[in-house]
Design a protein around this ligand. Structure first.
Ligand code: GLU
Length: 511
């Protein structure tokens, strides 16, 4: 049987990177097994619906390159792929469950339920559950005389449909990641299947769609594990037990300190993103940071996320998409939560930057510089990007890390200067400046030869010359190779900057 998996987000807010990881694992699993990857929008919860959330999630998936084979945009044989367009389908199965006695009508109003909850909690200290213990004390077609149910129905009374969870049963299933999981039916609520407005809840819609869309493996976050027994019952009562998809519940992604589920608030406090793209929260006016806007390469993010819960079984950390597809399977996904380590994400990004084409980086860097109003010579950018990519984790850091390519150095490592430079040594540098002015072509190799020859001729060690050149050009001892820097800056700027900054050094040390 061909593998068919789905990513089934609810547009109740921006997609968290945990969602991207779920989408990724589904995608990898589908590709690894030559199967299909579907996108289904689970938008049945009108109360929690957030405008733009679907658009956001489509944009995020596109940015990551996780393109579904079937979905609301692509279409496909099992559509529509948006649950709000499938209401008529769910009603049929809800009726079937009602007819077979596995679902019942519940007439309790919101107020009645609220009062009941308050009463029960006061009496028992626990919030009550609508389940096989309590159902006979509430107003539903199981507890009410049939005439009363008929009367209520005839009068058009609002009601929901609830699942009738069986008594005294152990509901078990094998989870591909967790092994055998069991729940006692006493612990399972009589969940609402169809709401008063006739729309299904997540549980009914999810199971019906997974069946109708021929899903073979349900791969989703751990938070859905507790829905497992409910879904198992639904498959059974709908007569689909033998064709039920396999379940795989992915481990949680934990906060950077390893404590608790990764939350946007913790991340925000730490100044790190947990969303793929920026998201403007209309209600609060707050913008939640995105990986994209922080300068991450989507491939680097995916590589990082792939290893947040999956162990390839080798030391390999860097994977191309093809390699990931080859190596990925569910048997190496672990149960334990995976700590979200932002520095590791940055490390991945750096590794990707290093491997990127300088021309591509140059045009992106150019864009950033334009946005920031930094004057630059576009022709020099490929070489500059090539040097800086070894030294930054994110593209966004390049303008700052290499600011001296575009303007005067903003600061000076004075301690280093005092250690390496004496005013009396100035004539040596003035002469060297003359040599550099004569250097043609003004390229790294020729410059290096020139400086080395000068050092040999005059007996000045390179250890004396180089740090001062560097400090005069960039203000710091860190940075790309000096001769490469000089070549990129060009003769005019180099000579002018050296002259000017050597004068400054003299003044500083004299003062
Ligand atoms: N709509 C659910 C979500 O938002 C889907 C869970 C599942 O994959 O079954 O994650």
């Amino acid at each position: 049987m061909a593998v068919r998996v789905r990513f089934a987000p609810s547009p109740t807010g921006p997609l968290h990177i945990g969602g991207i990881r779920t989408a990724l694992y589904n995608y990898l699993f589908a590709r690894h097994h030559g199967g299909q990857f579907l996108l289904r929008i689970e938008d049945t919860d009108q109360k929690r619906y957030v405008a733009n959330a679907e658009e956001y999630l489509l944009e995020a998936l596109t940015w990551c390159g996780l393109t579904p084979d079937e979905g609301p945009v692509q279409g496909g044989p099992d559509g529509p792929y948006r649950q709000s367009e499938r209401s008529a389908i769910y009603a049929v199965y809800a009726q079937q469950l009602l007819d077979s006695g596995h679902a019942y009508r519940a007439f309790d109003t919101e107020e009645e339920l609220d009062q009941w909850r308050v009463r029960e909690e006061a009496a028992t200290g626990q919030p009550p559950k609508y389940d096989l213990h309590s159902r006979m004390t509430l107003r539903n077609s199981l507890s009410l005389p049939p005439e009363e149910t008929a009367r209520l129905l005839a009068s058009g009374a609002d009601h929901v449909l609830r699942l009738r969870v069986p008594e005294n049963e152990t509901i078990s299933f094998v989870d591909l990641i967790r092994g055998q999981v069991s729940f006692r039916s006493e612990e399972v609520d009589d969940k609402v299947l169809l709401k008063a407005d006739g729309l299904p809840t997540y549980h009914l819609a999810n199971v019906v769609d997974d069946h109708l869309m021929h899903i073979t493996h349900v791969i989703r976050g751990e938070e859905w594990l507790s829905s497992g027994p409910l879904h198992i019952l639904l498959y059974r009562y709908l007569g689909w037990e033998n064709e039920r998809p396999a379940f795989a519940h992915l481990p949680l992604i934990l906060n950077p300190n390893g404590q608790g589920k990764l939350s946007k608030r913790t991340a925000d406090k730490l100044g790190i993103p947990v969303f793929p793209l920026n998201w403007l929260d209309d209600a609060s006016g707050q913008t939640w940071m995105g990986f994209r806007e922080n300068g991450f390469e989507p491939q680097a993010l995916l590589n990082f996320l792939a290893l947040l819960g999956w162990n390839p079984g080798t030391e390999q950390e860097l994977f191309s998409m093809d390699e990931m597809v080859q190596a990925f399977d569910l048997d190496r996904v672990h149960k334990a939560g995976a700590r979200f380590d932002f520095d590791k994400a940055r490390w991945f990004n750096q590794e990707y930057l290093k491997r990127m084409d300088n021309g591509v980086l140059a045009s992106r860097l150019g864009q950033l510089l334009v946005e920031r109003g930094v004057l630059h010579d576009a022709n020099a950018l490929p070489a500059i990007a090539g040097m800086l990519k070894e030294r930054v984790h994110l593209l966004q850091e390049m303008p700052e890390a290499g600011h001296y390519f575009f303007e005067e150095p903003r600061s000076l490592d004075e301690a280093a200067l005092r250690k390496k430079y004496k005013v009396e040594g100035r004539p040596v540098f003035d002469q060297l400046l003359g040599e550099l002015q004569d250097c043609s072509p003004f390229e790294a190799e020729a410059l290096e030869a020139k400086v080395k020859a000068y050092a040999a001729q005059t007996g000045q060690g390179l250890g004396v010359l180089m740090p001062i050149l560097r400090l005069a050009l960039a203000g710091t001892l860190q940075g790309p190779p000096v001769f490469d820097m000089m070549a990129v800056l060009g003769k005019e700027k180099v000579v002018q900057r050296l002259q000017q900054n050597l004068d400054r050094f003299d003044a500083l040390l004299a003062g």
